[in-house]
Write a protein that binds this ligand. Structure first.
Ligand code: PLP
Length: 419
């Protein structure tokens, strides 16, 4: 089929909007009439710096990110290493400033040792990505420092992910002790189709927004850090975004001396994941993939152009579209309960990854559904290998028209089955 005959609901990088891809093709050949292609531009050239600053500024506008130089401002960083790299970066950084604060306060060595032994990283495990992040924390600092605040699998009849238990059941480390270096959550669980209706709270809050970045407004000020890979809603694989509070960066926060961390048995991270180093160098500590950055900037510019300048935050136009598309899909699934079952609990259904079963998971019915979808150019609907079933990803690049085509197929298939 030709590209225009296909609607792709894949879990991986969503296909980018056609106008962005078309200008990307020409930028690869000759960027902005410079005579050289964008992948040939030095990351320190004036053109690259202009792309960097335009992309930072677009993101600031879309999410209303405070840019004061004081502790209440936020830095926007671009890195490599993906969401997974940031699982580790968050642990390295938050443990370092946890110890650094004790040093800066003149705490005696013995008390620092005791505090380091008590330090906790609190993880809300609501799906397979937050589980992975918590496992990385345990690998880096030791399981004794990782507190699982909630594990959604303990709250479902089949012991699988698919819900977020009420906050009244959570077991956070008591904040009064000052031992919580990090409270971590994954805003949208890509594989399991579970999304936080609103951000949880906790000290030193860090969020993974890899799969719902730029799909709704975010209370940035409630977070110490927010990160995500670009490849779902923002652009191409190869670039990671991080929004970091000045309050956790020097000079507002103190990094612990690596020698001290080693003495305390705590890890020292690689410099390419070190937020202060990346911030100090305006994301150019090492070579930044300028093409990926430019794509992200083009997608953001497009989002901005769709939202009038008086809109606050500017992302709210895209948020309305995301909700509209997700509502179309969920209401169709709910209207045919004998044919379709939505997997996650109603209150935590993701707007981005719509996970459902056909005929209660009957193998031949699910195969027939997928084959019919494919015949209609509706691709990428097979669920993640670890959970099976169907997953229609509804990223920003998926148009309302594409969703309407899928809705038509959902209805036709249900009619054929008499449900
Ligand atoms: N977090 C979430 C929510 C994801 O969906 C993914 C990848 O799909 C990751 C983290 C890992 O990202 P990466 O592959 O960029 O390391």
């Amino acid at each position: 089929p030709s590209r225009s005959e296909v609607s792709y609901f894949g879990a991986g990088p969503a296909p980018l909007p056609t106008p962005v891809l078309e200008s990307a093709a020409s930028a690869l050949l000759n960027y902005n009439n410079t005579g050289i292609g964008i992948t040939e531009l030095s990351h320190r050239s004036a053109d690259a710096l202009a792309i960097l600053s335009a992309t930072q500024s677009a993101l600031r506008h879309l999410l209303d990110i405070p840019d004061s130089p004081g502790a209440d401002g936020y830095q926007i960083l671009f890195l490599q290493g993906g969401g997974s790299g940031e699982f580790s970066a968050a642990v390295y950084h938050m443990t370092s400033i946890h110890i650094g604060a004790l040093v800066a306060a003149g705490t005696p060595d013995a008390d620092i040792r005791a505090a380091a032994a008590r330090m906790k990283l609190d993880y809300l495990v609501t799906g397979s990505w937050s589980l992975k992040a918590s496992q990385e924390a345990a690998r880096l600092v030791g399981a004794e420092h990782v507190n699982i605040v909630t594990d959604s699998r303990q709250h479902t009849p089949d012991s699988k992910f698919g819900t977020i238990a009420p906050a009244s059941t959570w077991r956070p480390t008591p904040t009064a002790t000052g031992d919580v270096a990090l409270t971590y959550y994954c805003d949208n669980e890509t594989v399991d189709g579970v999304e936080f209706p609103s951000a949880p709270s906790g000290p030193n809050l860090v969020a993974d927004m890899s799969s719902n970045f730029l799909s709704r407004a975010v209370d940035v000020k409630a977070h110490a850090a927010i990160f995500g890979g670009a490849q779902k809603n923002i652009g191409t694989t190869g670039i990671t975004l991080a929004i970091i509070s000045n309050s956790i960066l020097p000079p507002h926060a103190t990094m612990a001396d690596p020698k001290l961390l080693r003495k305390l048995g705590l890890p020292v991270g690689p410099v390419v994941l070190d937020w202060p180093t990346i911030a100090k160098n305006n994301s150019l500590y090492n070579t930044l993939p300028i093409f990926d950055l430019w794509i992200a900037g083009q997608v953001m510019a497009r989002l901005l152009s769709h939202s009038p300048s008086g809109t606050t935050p500017r992302i709210s136009v895209q948020e309305r579209e995301s909700v509209h598309k997700a509502t179309l899909l969920y209401s169709t699934l709910d209207a045919h309960p004998t044919t379709y079952t939505v997997v996650p609990a109603t209150s935590v259904r993701s707007r981005m990854n719509i996970c459902f079963r056909v005929a209660a998971g009957d193998v031949s019915a699910e195969k027939a559904f997928l084959q019919g979808a494919e015949a209609r150019g509706l691709l990428g609907i097979k669920g993640h290998r670890s959970v099976g079933g169907m997953r229609a990803s509804n990223y920003n690049a998926v148009s309302v028209a594409a969703v309407e085509k899928l809705v038509a197929w959902l209805e036709e298939f249900a009619r054929e089955r008499g449900g």
